[in-house]
Design a protein around this ligand. Structure first.
Ligand SMILES: NC(=O)c1ccc[n+]([C@@H]2O[C@H](COP(=O)([O-])OP(=O)(O)OC[C@H]3O[C@@H](n4cnc5c(N)ncnc54)[C@H](OP(=O)(O)O)[C@@H]3O)[C@@H](O)[C@H]2O)c1
Length: 247
């Protein structure tokens, strides 16, 4: 399993610089905590990581529908990410190499990340997390200034939510944990196949749609990859039509 993980990991890296990460990955399969693993993107990320040999634990609420993960060799920890005591209890005494957040803000809560991140990051540090891969949003924080004139002001509450996304990013960057932020834009329906051509870019003016399947692959490729550490990415996929179909 260890050799298989290393082979898939290196294949997936493509052109990424690996640095010293391959040596540590060789020693053991990475332990990954997936937040939002019962969701559409989270379940795809979980499958991708399990297939690559990672040991995955999914953070889920007691009410979460776990059917998309049936049959996968994953463990669950239970709690609500907005409840600091539940997060602390769920991670207490555990060790993780990586946290992947594929959480989607519920009910447009404009303080979601401001509430979630502080206790989560404390628990992540205590758990020895070496990389936090955060699926956020294009337009987070000051990035919104790059997209003036697109009519976003017609979307109720969007600027409050993007400010909160920016606060989540800031808390992560200042936490001392190495981070990889992947800002998502409009997603194609969950059953849309990967295009295979989506790429991460540090050009923060990029705004293209994308599929969750490609995001899952890009997440796996960045797992403990030196080239992805302390980076904020947008995703470019010029093969998909805008706007995505609604289903
Ligand atoms: N959908 C889009 O068009 C779109 C656009 C831009 C960015 N994104 C980003 O893409 C990512 C995933 O989106 P998605 O549509 O695939 O997500 P999704 O299917 O709606 O899944 C959301 C996940 O977040 C979990 N979650 C939400 N609040 C939680 C809480 N308080 N405690 C614990 N878990 C919680 C949900 O748990 P339950 O199973 O318990 O509900 C679920 O597992 C997110 O980062 C989102 O911001 C999506």
């Amino acid at each position: 399993m260890k050799r298989r993980w290393l082979a898939i990991f290196l294949l997936g890296l493509g052109g990424c610089a690996v640095g010293g990460i391959s040596a540590s990955t060789e020693r053991s399969s990475p332990r990954v905590l997936v937040l939002g693993g019962t969701g559409q993107l989270g379940a795809m990320v979980t499958r991708e990581l399990v297939a690559a040999g990672a040991r995955v634990v999914v953070f889920a609420r007691p009410s979460s529908d776990r059917t998309t993960l049936v049959g996968l060799p994953v463990e669950f920890v239970t709690g609500d990410l907005l409840m600091a005591d539940e997060v602390e209890r769920a991670l207490r005494g555990r060790r993780f190499d990586v946290i992947v957040s594929a959480v989607r803000v519920e009910d447009g809560d404009p303080n979601f990340y401001s509430k979630m991140m502080p206790s989560l990051l404390v628990a992540a540090r205590a758990a020895g997390v070496r990389q936090f891969i955060h699926h956020g949003a294009v337009g987070a924080g000051d990035n919104v200034k790059k997209f003036i004139g697109l009519g976003w002001e017609r979307v109720p509450g969007i600027f409050e939510r993007l400010k909160d996304q920016g606060e989540g990013e800031r808390l992560l960057r200042e936490s001392g944990i190495r981070y990889t932020i992947i800002r998502n834009a409009r997603l194609y329906p969950a059953d849309h196949a990967a295009t295979g051509v989506a790429k991460l870019t540090e050009d923060d003016t990029v705004l293209t749609p994308m599929t969750r399947a490609d995001l899952a692959r890009l997440t796996r490729e960045c797992l403990l990859a030196a080239a992805c550490l302390d980076k904020t990415y947008h995703v470019r996929d010029d093969s998909l039509a805008w706007p995505p179909p609604r289903r």
